[in-house]
Design a binder for this molecule. Structure first.
Ligand code: ANZ
Length: 974
């Protein structure tokens, strides 16, 4: 029978599902291997051919590892909370759960069709209560923990309370809010319950605190920095303002150093690690306290100093102003009545800018003077306090000692406002940031004059410490992560309120199920949608938290759930976590570099600290698959006509257009163009349908056309006319009888009509062809356009492979004879090649090697059973359906080849590939030696040196140098 991919693929997909072929064992004597894909958000559009790229690669790897004797965990699930379903709910009233359910069904159907070897018995959905029960449980553990810096790990809040009861706050070295109280044990005990709880909140790893957020009133939610562009929401373009709100946050900063160090121990792409390093942003510097000059209006101020963070404490003698963020808590108290107008106006102006804009804008100089001063702790000089938006409230201390002679921004600021600039270095041009490591020695204070950068830094820190005015400090750019959205479709936070303070609900009340609401919009009073739920109170009395968890909650631990997906007693059993440990291979997009991948590492470390998981890092090896871009096709319409010109004619027209500009005569479309008019000024004439305007520019519209009605860039005219009603009467100006479309590579998107649905490819060629073709497109990590031009070739290859097992009448027929040397050589070449390729994740190169091997075997007219059976196993990770079918036809016991043994490479079959290497000693060829071409240079060297004749020439001496040019010559110098 000819290659009937449809029947074969359906048959095996059914077989795998019915037999749970890919169910991983939880207890196995085999070594474990965990292959994970980033699980998808099930969007309404379904999968396009770009989505499965990474899944195909990981599936090949998973199947390969099974053949190699591993117990493979290869699960799949859905990150199913998220905005699109909620937006749809707002528009249509359809419950997001229903939309999500329908989308998941589409995804599942599409995934099944591609023949993935997922263990579906472990499927997870972040939006199902059985799953988010454990997301809520983890939240509770975070709430019940604090970070002990001395132990460098999270510990139970009970331990902190016990310490407070015995010793008060003394001896606690914690990651906490800035303002924590100092108290004795007795003082602690004297605090009221509420006061104690408020204090503990400053230590909990997840905590409620007032923070500045990007608030979008129109969308009724807080937006992340990357969702805001130029002060407007990216979606919808609504104004966004900075607002202080009570928000749940996660103290990820406690883990900054461990997150940084862990990067050195994992096998991830270097650029990705670098992004995380930058995001974490470790800076080594000092904190310095500048005493506030209280002679003026603020004599009553309770706070005595402003603390700054600086990485250049050595420049302290060049400080001529202190700049604090407009949001700094002291602004109001520091502002003198005379300056109030200017300060208020400036604050109003900065509210419109997002933090990202503020960081990005290095040119605009703006700010206002508060009217107050601080004193430089080292020389007592009076330094004015300004506010400016280049200082960010959330970084360091939100205050900067500005050194116009040392820092470019400070310099621009001082210039703009005509403030003094005191040089710190003996350099000519202070417009260039002073770099003491290059520019040499200090000049403006006896204290450090003549010292080098290192010496000056150490001296200043020592002096500040002595004065109690500062100390060395490491700062991280990373902030605590906001953990809440004012939206409906997310995990409810398992918290209720009593007297304004948050408390966890009882663990036995988990999961806290998302309540029903009448509308998915904020309430009239501006509360999140959960505020609409009627009778939704804890134990019937207490208000619940109304915000829901952010998108990253459910995805920050999901790989553990797969280890024990159906456990309703624990998030995963200890035995399962101990067995599966961590993810050996994780494949997914690089867009998650600083989101998902950082949060996951954070939660993983926390879960390890509390003893429920055992590895410090969750994902040992990670690969970012490239994006499959769309390959868009275009048609060219002459404006205001139904005429479409083929691509090269359009290009000619462009050339002619430039000729007209130059006033040259043209000859084109004799019938269509009135030349006389072209030369008049008023060439553009609607009624005449002339195609050029006054400037000689073409009036041609460039329209995207659905790539599914274009084959090899040739438009199917009949289909085009039917594609949209407005094209029914189209006319075409063809070239060589065809309409050729233009091409451009763009993002794959519905609006560009360049989306290719895997369903269509599978319908035409089958899943095995799709799988191999996606790999064939190029290296996995690279982005590349989808281009169906080569897909026929891959399909033909599979048919040719099938053909090897069949005679001319398409009857299955293989021979049981001894394989020939040539056959064995072909086979073992490919065994080795594919093994090497897969181990390097180079899937595209394997595909071409398969093609070569099948051509070789076809040329050899091979139908040898032993050879072909091994071929089937090697190819099966790539094209599993056809291989399963052939495996059965070859007479193997009923069942799957998924757990067959991977053929063993035997180098001896390749030895006849020899080359007669000239052996040259001191420039003279002494003899030729036959050596296998498969040997590496070092092996060739060893082989040559061991040869008795060579030994004779060397006369017992070791050569000084041996140069092996593989496949050419061996040179020795003695
Ligand atoms: C004095 C100085 C002199 C500085 C000099 C630099 C050069 P990184 O490396 O990113 O940590 N800074 C501190 N807090 C800030 C804030 N909240 N917003 C904006 N800028 C802030 O940068 C630390 C440096 O950035 C600090 O060192 C401070 O300026 C500024 F010749 O202090 B420097």
């Amino acid at each position: 029978m000819d290659y009937q991919f449809k029947d074969i693929e359906q048959k095996w997909q059914l077989f795998w599902a019915e037999n749970q072929t890919f169910k991983a064992e939880d207890n196995s004597t085999k070594p474990k291997y965990y292959v994970l894909d980033m699980f998808p958000y099930p969007s309404g559009a379904g999968l396009h051919v770009g989505h499965p790229l990474g899944y195909i690669a990981s599936d090949i790897f998973a199947r390969y590892k099974r053949l190699k004797g591993f117990n493979v965990l290869h699960p799949m699930g859905y990150d199913s909370f998220g905005l699109p379903a909620e937006q749809y709910a707002i528009q249509t009233g359809q419950h997001p759960a229903l939309t999500t359910e329908a989308n998941i069904a589409t995804y599942r159907r599409q995934l099944d069709q591609i023949g993935f070897s997922f263990d579906w018995s472990r499927e997870v959905r972040t939006s199902s209560p059985g799953y988010y029960k454990w997301t809520q449980w983890i939240f509770m553990q975070l709430f019940n923990s604090w970070y002990n810096k001395t132990a460098d790990k999270a510990e139970g809040i009970d331990k902190l309370i016990a310490h407070f009861e015995q010793n008060g706050s003394a001896g606690i070295n914690a990651v906490s809010d800035e303002e924590v109280l100092s108290f004795s044990a007795d003082e602690w005990k004297a605090l009221s319950h509420d006061e104690q709880q408020a204090e503990l909140l400053k230590y909990r790893i997840t905590y409620l605190r007032e923070s500045t957020v990007n608030w979008c009133p129109a969308l009724g939610t807080v937006l992340a920095n990357d969702e805001v562009k130029d002060g407007f929401s990216e979606r919808g373009g609504y104004p966004v303002e900075q607002k202080k709100m009570m928000q749940w946050s996660m103290r990820i900063t406690a883990y900054a150093q461990r997150l940084l160090e862990g990067l050195d121990k994992i096998d991830w792409p270097e650029p990705l690690k670098e992004m995380q390093r930058n995001w974490i942003g470790k800076s080594v510097g000092a904190s310095v306290r500048f005493p506030i000059d209280k002679s003026a209006h603020n004599a009553q101020l309770a706070i005595d100093y402003i603390e700054v963070f600086t990485t250049r404490v050595d420049t302290i003698f060049g400080v001529t102003l202190l700049v604090i963020a407009p949001e700094h808590e002291l602004v109001a108290s520091l502002t003198t009545p005379e300056q109030k107008g200017a300060i208020d106006a400036y604050i109003a102006q900065t509210k419109k800018k997002s933090e990202l804009d503020r960081m990005a804008d290095t040119k605009t100089v703006s700010g206002a003077f508060t009217g107050s001063y601080v004193l430089n702790p080292l020389n007592n000089e009076k330094v004015p306090i300004w506010i400016a938006d280049y200082v960010l409230a959330g970084y360091g201390t939100g205050a900067v000692m500005a050194v116009p002679s040392g820092d470019q921004r400070d310099y621009l600021f001082a210039k703009h406002f005509d403030l003094p600039i005191v040089p710190i270095m003996d350099i000519q041009n202070i417009e260039i940031e002073a770099d003491p490591t290059k520019d040499g020695l200090y000049i403006n204070s006896d204290f450090i004059n003549g010292l080098t950068y290192k010496e000056a830094t150490a001296a200043v820190i020592a002096k500040l410490e002595e004065l109690g005015a500062g100390k060395a400090k490491v700062n991280f750019r990373m902030r605590d992560a906001i953990f809440g959205r004012q939206r409906y479709w997310g995990e409810p936070v398992p918290v209720y309120f009593k007297d304004g303070l948050p408390y966890l609900i009882d663990e036995s009340d988990l999961p806290l199920v998302l309540p029903e609401v009448d509308k998915y919009l904020p309430t009239e009073s501006g509360e999140p949608p959960l505020g609409r739920a009627t009778d939704w109170k804890y134990k019937g009395i207490s208000e619940y938290e109304l915000s829901t968890m952010p998108g990253w909650a459910g995805s920050s631990w999901y790989w553990y759930r797969y280890m024990d997906a159906n456990n309703d007693k624990e998030f995963a059993s200890e035995a399962a976590v101990k067995y599966w440990k961590d993810v050996d291979l994780y494949i997914g997009g690089s867009e998650h570099a600083t989101g998902h991948l950082l949060y996951s590492r954070f939660w993983n470390k926390f879960l390890k600290d509390i003893g429920v998981v055992f590895e410090e890092e969750p994902f040992k090896k990670l690969i970012n698959q490239g994006m499959i871009q769309g390959r868009s096709n275009f048609v060219y319409r002459l404006v205001k006509t139904d005429k479409f010109v083929s691509k090269n004619i359009f290009k000619n027209l462009l050339e002619y257009a430039s000729l007209i500009k130059k006033g040259q005569v043209i000859q084109l479309f004799e019938d269509d163009i009135n030349y006389d008019k072209l030369y008049n000024d008023n060439v553009y004439n609607e009624d005449d349908k002339t195609y050029f305007n006054y400037n000689g520019e073409l009036l041609i519209q460039n329209l995207h056309v659905d790539v599914n009605i274009v084959t090899n860039d040739i438009l199917d005219i009949q289909k085009f006319k039917k594609w949209r009603p407005e094209f029914t009467n189209s006319e075409f100006i063809l070239e060589d009888g065809k309409y050729i479309c233009g091409v451009e590579v763009e993002k794959m998107s519905k609006s560009k009509f360049n989306v290719v649905n895997p369903d269509d490819i599978i319908e035409r060629y089958g899943a095995d062809t799709l799988r191999m073709y996606e790999m064939f497109l190029g290296p996995l990590e690279q982005s590349k356009p989808w281009n169906t031009n080569g897909i026929e070739g891959v399909f033909k290859f599979l048919r040719k492979f099938w053909r090897l097992f069949h005679n001319d009448q398409w009857q299955f027929s293989v021979s049981g004879a001894e394989p020939s040397k040539a056959e064995l050589k072909s086979l073992h070449k490919i065994i080795r090649k594919v093994e090497e390729d897969i181990d390097r994740f180079s899937f595209n190169t394997s595909v071409s090697s398969f093609m070569i091997a099948v051509n070789e075997l076809t040329d050899l007219k091979s139908s040898n059973k032993a050879i072909l059976q091994d071929m089937v196993v090697i190819l099966s990770p790539y094209a599993p359906h056809i291989c399963e079918e052939l495996w059965t036809l070859l007479g193997n016991a009923a069942g799957t080849l998924s757990y067959a043994a991977y053929p063993k490479f035997n180098p001896s079959y390749l030895v006849e590939d020899e080359f007669a290497y000239p052996i040259s000693i001191n420039g003279k060829t002494k003899m030729n030696l036959n050596i296998s071409l498969s040997l590496a240079p070092a092996e060739i060297e060893a082989f040559v040196l061991a040869n008795a004749d060579v030994q004779k020439y060397l006369d017992g001496k070791a050569p000084k140098k041996v140069i092996v040019v593989k496949g050419r010559i061996v040179n020795m110098v003695v």
